[in-house]
Design a protein around this ligand. Structure first.
Ligand code: NAD
Ligand code: SER
Length: 316
């Protein structure tokens, strides 16, 4: 890997992954792209390209102009936004992905990384300690695009040798950039509301237990898979990855250890129907065995750190 293009680099994961890439590879070797302007000044030390991943020519000219040999494609419409606009979710998550794959083959890129999600699972999947291999019957357009994305990655690896890699991320919790329209976003919002108002009205039900991960583990795991020797890997874009699992009720109880007067109420909406058919916990033994994955953050350490970091933003 010499020159990395991070598409969707202004988002929740992209903004933090870019910082780590800068640290590991040098900011001159990392180009950030996104469909929107960088209004919040997220990109400080990198070349920024405003491109839409669904625009083949724009992605191609960016690859050529910067001699890109690795693409991390994070451009996506997430689960809740995708249910509001399934056509857009298809265009960005599938048409955009196919542009990246075709250009990856055409320009013989070293590797292409595209995240998948726990949204690939659904009502017929095993939802407790969900195995690497199980029935995939997603109940959202987002999940449908993620299953197809995994299959396309596998297909083009086998047919054309494209080194395609990806993780089925659980809900990602972070404090640098807000999440972008997912079902697990409550687990970030709750910290802002707990610190600002000491109360939170949750859009999932009290017992909706989901797998989650703190951003430092997400960034480290992504880098570890990106760097892993291909000969170690038995699969492409579908690694299960686990760190912690909790429900809104569990999270509220942990926050109360720091803010005793914190209260939570529940007004489940359409996102609760999505969460109902996602796993409660994940078996990530393949990632552990093939590339040495091991999480470092549990719920209590994550909550303490989130409260400390979010407080710096909301309490002035
Ligand atoms: P995000 O919504 O925060 O960021 C996505 C970025 O893509 C945004 O900056 C957006 O402007 C950009 N984008 C959207 N459409 C685009 C287009 N047509 N062309 C170029 N850029 C476009 O999402 P995220 O949370 O950072 O997710 C990154 C990846 O990780 C996605 O593939 C997502 O499915 C996956 N993932 C995220 C989570 C999570 O909890 N954050 C969990 C599972 C999987
Ligand atoms: N956090 C993501 C979402 O809720 C999972 O892919 O959409």
């Amino acid at each position: 890997m010499k020159k990395i293009l991070v598409i969707g680099g202004l988002g929740q994961i992209g903004s933090e992954l870019t910082a780590e890439f800068n640290h590991c590879y040098g900011n001159n070797n990392v180009v950030v792209a996104d469909a929107v302007d960088d209004k919040n000044g997220i990109v400080k030390n990198n070349v920024f390209e405003k491109i839409d991943v669904t625009d083949f020519n724009a992605v191609e000219s960016t690859i050529k102009r910067h001699n890109i040999d690795t693409i991390i494609n994070l451009a996506a419409i997430l689960s809740a936004s995708g249910e509001k606009n399934p056509d857009l979710a298809w265009r960005v998550n599938i048409d955009g992905l196919l542009n990246v794959i075709r250009l990856g083959i055409q320009y013989k890129l070293d590797r292409v990384m595209v995240p998948s999600s726990i949204a690939v699972f659904g009502p017929q999947s095993v939802l407790y300690n969900t195995p690497q291999e199980t029935v995939l019957t997603p109940n959202t357009m987002y999940g449908v695009t993620k299953v197809i994305g995994e299959m396309l990655g596998d297909y083009y690896f086998k047919k054309h040798g494209l080194d395609f890699r990806g993780i089925r991320y659980p809900g990602i919790i972070s404090h640098t950039t807000l999440p972008g329209g997912g079902t697990t976003d409550y687990a970030v919002e709750i910290f802002y509301e707990a610190l600002k108002h000491k109360t939170y009205n949750c859009f999932l039900s009290a017992e909706a237990c989901l797998p989650m991960m703190y951003m430092p583990d997400c960034v480290r795991g992504t880098l570890e898979l990106l760097e892993a020797d291909r000969s170690q890997l038995k699969r492409c874009g579908n690694y299960n990855l686990s760190a912690m699992s909790f429900s809104p009720e569990d999270l509220a109880a942990e926050i109360r250890k720091h803010i005793p007067e914190f209260t939570i109420s529940y007004a489940p909406d359409f996102r609760n129907e999505i969460a109902k058919y996602w796993p409660a916990s994940i078996d990530d033994s393949a990632a552990r065995a093939e590339w040495g994955w091991k999480p470092e953050w549990d719920m209590s350490a994550m909550v303490a750190d989130m409260l400390k970091e979010v407080a710096k933003k909301v309490i002035k």
